[in-house]
Write a protein that binds this ligand. Structure first.
Ligand code: ZN
Length: 205
């Protein structure tokens, strides 16, 4: 792509670093911003910088939060002995939308993926195992997408909990293999949490 302006080229380059944004889309977005009032672009830039500067991760569940302990973890009506293990905040939002889950979450921040160089130490697994060892958890519900990475992650955590006497279950799969949780409709997702099955039963022999 040949640019008549270095400023334009820089803006397009930075925009194209976002996932799913190719050079053409980046150019379209940048040209769109160029047509907007300056204040709008300033607000966008400010919102992004503010986000990076001020965002916190809940000390307990690692969900994105504006405060030290998120609203879900600090809600006394939630059952802290039941913990749902998810990949990221999108899954928390999807499950919250179903209104069917009254426990807490644990946000892993990804899935174990040797192909992408993501190991257990890159996720919040050790903090989850710590919580489990402190006897705070009675039941752990695995709600990762059922891809190979999701299965590997579930199994890794399951092995770490060996001997702690924690009930482990996995959400029932009304959801096709490989589907991401956030795309599942609320009714299906809600039902798959209610009809969760013991984790052992989900293991392929
Ligand atoms: Zn939290």
């Amino acid at each position: 792509m040949e640019f008549s302006s270095k400023l334009l080229e820089n803006a397009v380059y930075e925009m194209s670093q976002l996932p799913g944004i190719g050079k053409r889309t980046a150019l379209r977005l940048v040209l769109h911003l160029l047509k907007q009032p300056k204040e709008q672009t300033a607000r966008l830039a400010e919102a992004l910088v503010n986000l990076k500067d001020n965002i916190k991760f809940c000390k307990n569940c690692h969900n994105i939060s504006d405060v030290e302990v998120c609203e879900i973890c600090s809600n006394p009506r939630r059952d802290e002995s039941v913990v749902c293990v998810v990949e990221d905040i999108r899954d928390v939002m999807a499950i919250e939308n179903t209104g069917q889950f009254q426990g807490l979450y644990h946000v892993l921040g990804g899935k174990i993926s040797p192909m992408e160089g993501v190991g257990p130490q890159d996720l919040t697994i050790f903090s989850l195992v710590d919580k489990a060892k402190q006897g705070k958890i009675n039941e752990l519900i695995f709600a990762l997408s059922s891809t190979m990475e999701g299965d590997t992650t579930n199994f890794y955590i399951y092995k770490q909990l060996d001997g702690l006497g924690i009930k482990t279950s996995t959400i029932a799969r009304g959801i096709a293999v490989g589907d991401e949780l956030e795309y599942a409709d609320e009714v299906t997702l809600g039902r798959s949490i209610l009809n969760r099955i013991p984790f052992e039963n989900s293991l392929k022999v």
